[in-house]
Design a protein. Structure first.
Length: 122
């Protein structure tokens, strides 16, 4: 299974232990910095970009989102859910996040990348 751990602290004890435990069970694991994602908001084809490159497929995501980036972190998790990737913790269906159905930019995000439909954290 290809597993992504979303964390801004790859050296945090809990993140390292999650990675070790998954690797012991023969899973491919990558720790991805939540703040390095851009969200593609084009209707009908949800996508994520990581460090300006299209994100490869993951089977599951373990979010480790700190309080300081909760809003953007839950938007990233929600986008994974829209892409039918299993998420250990689900993102709430908050009305303001639903423009991953309706609004062009969340308040804590700015357009970036090649399109006005990509969001990056400020």
């Amino acid at each position: 299974m290809k597993l992504a751990i979303l964390s801004c602290g790859p050296n945090a004890y809990s993140t390292r232990r999650l990675k070790e435990a998954a690797e012991q069970r023969d899973h491919q694991v990558k720790i991805l910095n939540t703040l390095k994602f851009a969200i593609d908001l084009d209707r009908g084809s949800p996508d994520l970009y990581y460090r300006q490159k299209a994100l490869s497929h993951y089977d599951a995501v373990l979010p480790r989102i700190g309080a300081s980036i909760t809003y953007y972190g839950t938007a990233v998790v929600r986008q994974f859910q829209e892409m039918n990737v299993f998420c250990a913790n689900t993102a709430p269906r908050h009305p303001e996040l639903t423009r991953q159905a309706a609004q062009p930019a969340a308040p804590e995000s700015t357009p970036c990348g090649d399109s006005e439909n990509h969001l990056c954290p400020r």
